[in-house]
Design a protein. Structure first.
Lengths: 435, 108
């Protein structure tokens, strides 16, 4: 593949087209070459690391709105993106797996973005360059990091990544999601599904509990005497009243949650024996979904811009790292204030970031930052709930201005409409990210 | 329905005569006898009607539960003990079942 050649050409300072050859696929290459090339060498360069809701949106908005005035490279190791949002609906049987998968083709073809399928492994902040696992490097005027989450080693004793096929996390969508669904389907009659829930803060606050709803939905039909055990280190969780009301209505007697008042914060797992030890008491389980404690995706720590908690603090107005004004951090990896770590949040932050980056590099107009987020969750068939808010940037943080949440006792029509709204949102954000 | 599962939470060791907190919970539907199922039939009453704690065989705490108590009854109370011994917990079901747990506790 000519990827390495491309890097060499760039290093050798060849003509302006050399950077354009820095592409991982020939489809992308031919498409990008048809974009206006005249701007060439002098264009400011933006490198975006991570092609999820933050990175893909930022890359697309910067490339699209600068109309070729900014050279945008997106570094993303996977060739197909499977969204974490809606992956629970696949587990519950409400979505086909293919429907949560997306291609980066249009970002290259329609917007001239250099899509590089590689891992960013090092960042030289003085030279402003990103090193890739494949051996190349990319220099930047602005770097956008949107690497999502990684798991904190040792947060659940007995579990590490080598056990993720026996006790999947399924908290980065893809093969893990498929594996978890297969394990749930393979549970013996009357078996136990256990989830070890994560401590705050973590990606998608209602996610574990929507997943519980979806697992219960599957088991209620296929294996109605099965039990669900949630081992939770948190005293409270997102949309708790709505979930517990829904679980009582749809799945009474099926779900038990052990909070910290009963030892949910003192858990150990034994993947070999398929056992979960809760404050010393051993429970045998048939499927076990371990969602460990989280921190910013590793490249943020490699860049040296994370705090002791493992997240990257940012300036709310522009999403710039507080440690380096040439680096912006989006989404789950950032520590920004009041917004939850969600795909919607990352997408919203990406637009603020894209505006700030274009303003800095091309002098385009920059407006006051506004953010919004909604987290929808599906509890049962056509039983959707949501929580959301609007936010503004202050010097201190992204600050919540007002919010809303579904209520218990809403009519079936309202719940169905909420679910429908989430489907429309999914279609919209997918288009917003990938074009 | 699945078998009710009782859980308790208390310190492993306590000081003599100093009150400590005991938390208990049992998974149980607590059918009031007044609700109807999907076919309109009354779901017969079935609740945990009595909860008892014995310390070295002698009753230390008990409670009578009524149909108004919610699903998965949670009971929290305090005990103070003079010396090490055995605590026995019993939940009595309307259907005659008894669910029990036993814990040794050391008093220092």
């Amino acid at each position: 593949m000519n990827r390495r050649e491309g890097v060499m050409n760039q290093r050798n300072g060849n003509n302006g087209l050399s950077r354009r050859r820095f592409l991982a696929t020939t489809v992308a290459a031919s498409a990008a070459l048809s974009a206006p090339a005249a701007l060439g060498q002098g264009r400011p360069r933006v490198v975006v690391v991570g092609g999820g809701a933050g990175g893909a949106t930022a890359a697309r908005y910067i490339a699209r709105d600068s109309k070729g005035a900014v050279d945008v490279t997106l570094v993303e190791p996977t060739r197909a993106y499977y969204s974490c949002f809606f992956s629970n609906l696949y587990i519950g049987g409400f979505r086909e797996y293919a429907s949560i998968g997306h291609s980066y083709g249009a970002l290259a073809a329609s917007h001239g973005i250099n899509v590089v399928h590689d891992w960013a492994v090092s960042i030289d902040r003085d030279k402003r360059s990103v090193g890739l696992a494949g051996g190349g490097s990319l220099s930047y005027d602005r770097l956008v990091l949107s690497p999502g989450i990684d798991f904190k080693p040792g947060s659940v004793p007995g579990w590490d990544l080598s056990q993720q096929n026996r006790m999947p996390h399924a908290y980065k969508a893809g093969s893990q999601t498929q594996l978890l669904r297969a394990q749930i389907e393979a549970m013996p009659e009357g078996g136990v599904y256990c989830m070890v829930a994560p401590p705050n803060p973590f990606r998608c606050p209602p996610g574990p509990y929507e997943r519980i709803s979806m697992v219960a939905h599957v088991l209620k039909q296929a294996n109605p005497t099965a039990k669900i055990l949630i081992v939770d280190p948190k005293a409270k969780f997102s949309k708790q009243g709505l979930f517990e009301d829904g679980w009582q209505r749809h799945y009474a007697g099926m779900i038990e949650r052990i909070g910290p008042d009963f030892g949910g914060d003192k858990v150990e797992v034994r993947p070999g024996a398929m056992e979960v030890v809760i404050d010393g008491e051993v429970t045998k389980v048939d499927a076990c979904n371990v969602i460990p404690a989280q921190q910013a995706g590793r490249i943020a720590a490699v860049a040296g811009i994370t705090n002791d908690a493992g997240w990257a603090p940012v300036v709310a107005h522009t999403m710039q790292s507080r440690a380096d004004e040439n680096i912006h951090v989006l989404g789950d990896a950032s520590q920004q204030g009041d917004m939850p770590k969600s795909g919607f949040s990352a997408n919203s932050q990406a637009k603020v970031c894209a505006m700030a980056v274009r303003g800095a590099l091309t002098g385009s107009k920059v407006f006051a930052a506004r953010f919004s987020n909604t987290c929808w969750s599906l509890i049962g068939t056509d039983d959707g709930v949501k929580v959301g808010a609007s936010y503004e940037a202050t010097d201190e943080k992204i600050a919540k201005t007002d919010g809303f949440i579904s209520k218990t006792g809403e009519t079936a029509e309202v719940r169905k409409a909420t679910y429908k709204e989430s489907l429309d949102w999914y279609a919209a954000i997918s288009g917003d990210m990938f074009g | 329905m699945a078998t009710p599962k009782p859980r308790i939470r208390l310190p492993k060791s306590v000081e003599a005569g100093v009150p400590f907190t005991v938390r208990t919970r049992i998974t149980h539907p607590m059918h009031t006898g007044l609700r109807r199922d999907r076919d309109g039939e009354l779901i017969p009453r079935r609740i945990v009607n009595r909860f008892t704690v014995r310390y070295n065989g002698e009753e230390a705490f008990s409670a009578a539960l009524e149909p108004a108590v919610s699903t998965d009854p949670y009971i929290q109370f305090e005990l103070s003990l003079p010396e090490s011994g055995v605590l026995e917990f019993e939940w009595e079901d309307d259907d005659g079942s008894i669910y029990s747990l036993r814990r040794e506790i050391s008093v220092v």
